[in-house]
Ligand binder design. Structure first.
Ligand code: ADP
Ligand code: MG
Length: 253
């Protein structure tokens, strides 16, 4: 999609767990070519929101659209088909398998349902196409020299990038990253930020949940702040950093 295309549009999204309001009428959109950060204290409702916009869970009220398609009741596979790819808070790689195999798995997940069954039935041409796509994404992410080493032997920062390459192998328009900088060293964070800025310049839309404020403030184009499930502020980093309500709720707390 062209830069500026509305990739994801969540309107008045509410999620209740019994009497608990985990998301309270949340509005949030992500366009192609921007990095949007979702921040807020623990328990604010960030993961709940991620789960709904990736089709893992359904909103109690409100609507979610991907590329203008209403997604109510659709399975997460359909979200992926429309161009959404995500990583998880904790690294999920097969440590004994090569970087190439780990990334190829992402391409395969995108192309098929029930990969475990169909992996065994791949014909040679399909397998070759999958591996070629995986190699392309590995190069794109600067992991070329590591393609054939066991993914588990890499440093955490590189494993995170393997996960991003795997998500990219699904050829998404919108990438959801759950705390990509957590636990990384300074130089690893810089490398990650550089990669995400590159992907943004290539037209991807990126939504990150991240606790590292320096990382978020340096990278994000816009920030949405949640507190007790509700949006208390939305805007560019400079605005958010000087918003008194945000300082009280989160940054100062
Ligand atoms: P965050 O990711 O911002 O830390 P969460 O979205 O995980 O916050 O949680 C928001 C609130 O919803 C918390 O109070 C949490 O305990 C509650 N919650 C999350 N998932 C469930 C669930 N499946 N059942 C009941 N309560 C939940
Ligand atoms: Mg969470």
């Amino acid at each position: 999609p062209a830069v500026g295309t509305r990739l994801m549009d969540a309107r008045a999204v509410t999620k209740r767990f019994g009497g608990l309001v985990a998301n309270d009428s949340v509005d949030l959109h992500v366009d192609a070519g921007e990095v949007h950060a979702l921040i807020g204290p623990n328990g604010a409702g960030k993961s709940t929101f991620f789960n709904m916009i990736s089709g893992v869970d359904d909103p109690t009220e409100g609507s979610i659209a991907l590329l203008s398609q209403p997604m109510a009741g659709k399975p997460s596979r359909e979200f992926a088909r429309l161009g959404l790819s995500r990583t998880f808070q904790h690294v999920r790689i097969l440590g004994q398998r090569s970087v190439l195999e780990n990334v190829a798995l992402g391409a395969h997940l995108r192309a098929h349902r029930g990969w475990l069954a169909s992996m065994l039935r791949l014909d040679r041409a399909e397998e070759a196409a999958l591996l070629a796509e995986a190699r392309r994404q590995i190069e794109r992410c600067g992991l070329g020299p590591f393609a054939d080493v066991p993914a588990g032997s890499l440093a955490l920062g590189q494993q995170r990038i393997v996960e991003i390459a795997r998500a990219l192998a699904g050829q998404p328009a919108l990438l959801l990253l759950d705390e990509p900088a957590a636990g990384l060293r300074h130089l690893e964070k810089q490398a990650l930020a550089q990669l995400l800025a590159q992907l943004r310049s290539e037209g991807l839309g990126i939504l990150i949940v991240e606790h590292d404020m320096e990382f978020v403030m340096n990278l994000a184009d816009r920030i949405t702040v949640l507190e007790f499930g509700a949006v208390i502020a939305e805007g560019p980093p400079a605005e958010i950093q000087s918003n008194q309500r945000v300082l009280d709720a989160y940054l100062g707390g």
